[in-house]
Design a protein around this ligand. Structure first.
Ligand code: GDP
Length: 395
């Protein structure tokens, strides 16, 4: 009798467990990458950083392929997984955005062409040309150099048809804008590790937006990207970056503690990039220009900590083109504390002072690699000198 009771109890237990397993919906856990909050577990050692894919439960989970589970009537529909966009590749962007550039810059080009086309080019006219260049933020020394070279050309070439004037000015501006340094971003994986790009700059210059746009453009070019939200002093910046990442399926490594150590977020982002075999890790840093020593300590530490895992391949300095000389001063401070390898000039759509491209390259001896030409998600373009000069001249 005792045996029979035992067998019945065991049979009931087996049925209950089996039934529960059958009813459990498949693939409902851990498929949202890089979500804010601690819902996906930390496993980081710091206890505050969310490393989305470190959640072992997510391994191999494929919600998209699971057959639909019938939903009892009256239960609300589960939230839709975020729609991952497929951004366009970066090639030809500057050409596409050229009209926007021309709209903001032709005033400066037209003024120069008008002055150079005068019948008589006396000293006053040359002074006016210099003034136009300085007003466009070209910088005093380059402006003088451009004027002196144009004067020589005019003397040598004599008569000037409108086409000749334009060609002469085009050649001169191009000579000023072109550099021997490569404008290509170093985004190739090396030694089995992702490329690491550190993005620095003062708050408000468009740094976080640039990191987001760049992530889109890299994804558009076929790369996998991990974002590190190391601007931990602004919760809004962290959320903003996460949103950019979610839109293109890039993981965002973040800390939910405001003021958390930026270096530890950067370290975790790079570690995550190495583990997930990403192509590029993009790190957004804090842009508080409190004191030079403070900045140096902060950025220096971020860089040193990353270098425990791999090298930093690019340090991009984001500069707001509308801030002119003030922006240049900021650029100088950053260049003193960290080895800047490229400049991103943002908001070039919002200023007639495109001459800043010439001034900043000269000042820092670093090429402008990217330009921001609007607030739209794909309004970041690899810089191209000819397209830029042609836009100034209204070609
Ligand atoms: P951060 O504080 O440096 O991280 O700056 P944000 O990324 O938050 O950007 C500050 C503002 O600049 C935002 O309103 C951006 O939309 C805007 N912005 C960034 N890049 C550009 C650009 O190329 N053109 C224009 N017109 N606005 C931009």
């Amino acid at each position: 009798m005792g045996y029979i009771i035992l067998i019945v109890v065991l049979a009931v237990l087996i049925l209950a467990v089996g039934g529960t397993m059958l009813l459990r919906p498949r693939g409902t856990r851990g498929v949202r990458r890089g979500r804010a909050g601690g819902d996906l577990g930390s496993g980081t050692g710091t206890g505050t950083i969310t490393r989305p894919d470190a959640d072992t439960d997510t391994a191999g989970t494929e919600t998209a392929q699971a057959p639909p589970v019938p939903r009892p009537a009256g239960t609300p529909a589960p939230p839709e997984p975020p729609v991952v966009e497929k951004p366009p590749p970066s090639a030809g962007r500057m050409m596409r955005l050229r009209a926007r550039l021309a709209r903001s810059q032709t005033g400066f080009g037209a003024a120069l062409l008008g002055l150079l086309s005068r019948d008589r080019l006396d000293d006053d006219t040359w002074d006016e040309i210099e003034e136009v260049l300085i007003t466009a933020d070209v910088g005093v020394t380059p402006a003088r150099q451009i004027v002196s070279e144009l004067r020589t050309r005019v003397k040598v070439e004599g008569t000037r048809t409108p086409e000749e004037v334009r060609a002469m000015l085009r050649a001169e501006l191009l000579a000023q804008v072109e550099t021997t340094a490569s404008r290509a971003l170093r985004t190739q994986r090396h030694e089995g590790r992702p490329a690491v790009i550190l993005v620095v700059g003062v708050n408000g210059t468009g740094k976080t937006t640039t990191v987001g746009k760049l992530a889109r453009s890299l994804v558009g070019d076929g790369d996998t990207v991990v974002l590190g939200a190391a601007d931990t002093f602004r919760a809004a910046a962290v959320d903003q970056l996460q949103t950019w990442g979610d839109r293109v399926g890039a993981q965002t490594v973040r800390s939910d503690k405001e003021g958390a150590d930026p270096a530890s977020v950067a370290f975790e982002a790079v570690s995550q990039g190495i583990e997930s075999e990403a192509d590029v890790v993009l790190i957004d840093t804090a842009g508080r220009l409190h004191t030079k020593t403070g900045l140096m300590d902060e950025l220096g530490k971020v860089k040193r900590v990353i270098e425990k895992r791999t090298s930093v391949d690019e340090v991009l300095l984001v500069l707001d083109a509308t801030t002119g000389q003030n922006g240049l001063r900021q650029a100088r401070v950053f260049a003193e504390v960290v080895d800047v390898s490229g400049i991103v000039l943002t908001k070039l759509d919002g200023t007639a002072k495109g001459g800043i491209v010439i001034a900043v390259q000269r000042e820092l001896e670093v090429p402008v690699k990217l330009v921001g030409l609007g607030e739209g998600p794909d309004d970041l373009a690899p810089f191209d000198a000819e397209t830029f000069v042609d836009a100034i001249l209204g070609d």
